[in-house]
Design a protein around this ligand. Sequence first.
Ligand SMILES: C[S@@+](CC[C@H](N)C(=O)[O-])C[C@H]1O[C@@H](n2cnc3c(N)ncnc32)[C@H](O)[C@@H]1O
Length: 338
Amino acid sequence: MKLALLLYPHQNIRYRPSLLQIAEGETKMIMNAMEVSFSLTREMIGGAQFLIIETEKEMSRGELAQIWQCASMYMLFECVGEEMRPLPSMRLQYIGEDLPYLLKYKGKTNEMFTDSMITMGVCCSDFARVFDSQLIVCDPMAGKGTTPMLAIKRGYHGVGIEIGKSNVEEVTGYMNRYFEFHKIKYKHQATSLTVRGKNGGTQHKWVFSDSNAHFKDGDTRSFRMICGDTRNAMAYLKGNSVHLMVTDLPYGVQTGTAGKEDGLFATVSKALPEWFACIKPGGTLCMSFNTHTIRRDNLVSEGIRAGFTHVETGEMNHWVEQAIERDLIVLKKEGKKA
Ligand SMILES: C[S@@+](CC[C@H](N)C(=O)[O-])C[C@H]1O[C@@H](n2cnc3c(N)ncnc32)[C@H](O)[C@@H]1O
């Protein structure tokens, strides 16, 4: 079977080579998770960038649905002879198609990049085959919540931990306005959190559904935004409770309070064992970082020291802006061996 993946073109031509590289990495991870043998090539067709997948066997509807997880992909075609036939979208779409895109701010991670990281995290985990179930995705350094918003868009549960109070307040106002505007039934609750017996932040939790009928039946999803220090993650989340963690570490340029006292790397080193404890066996942690402030091999070593194994992802290093060269790693909390 021959498939052609039309990629989203980036308006800024400087980003296109890195997007192509990320799209390739993402597609390979999706295919590897399905254990289908395939070849992957780049092709320009009619001036647009495509990735071509060729497999010996026909792909099932379920397998095609998995390809629709590819965040970099705009449309999927089946190639038959000279013809390219568009295949209907099977992208996971639960709620809020526009939710992750409306809030604009400096320091926001590109939504498509974050979405690709979620896909990579899923595909490298033991939950790849249940990618369309109610996974719990946490961003332990969430900023204004791009990751948990993308998670609920897919029908997952989203959780964010963020130290910046104003970030959490902005997300709170935005989520309430979004649900009200779209007439989505929801419940919002704010609770105080304790860490080692002391006041340790606030949790905002929204419970909502894709329809009023589902909401009434209790078929709901949740979105949580925790205002607190990620080094205390185990005080906020249950152990072995999160399928995936996906995060874009502070760049050490202008974002982030991590680092003020003891440095970004020290903060992440301290947080990694907490993150490990929160992730379910078989789950993954997908982290991007600025190579000007953190070295890949140091981050991998700290991850291994916390108990993770390193998943090989291939070259992902790419230019973002003058002071930011971004890379990403995937770490796995190995599941119980059968
Ligand atoms: C690169 S930004 C994340 C941006 C996010 N992906 C978005 O699109 O909004 C990193 C975030 O980590 C947060 N942070 C830094 N240190 C932290 C800590 N110790 N605990 C929790 N969050 C922290 C910063 O406040 C910052 O918002």
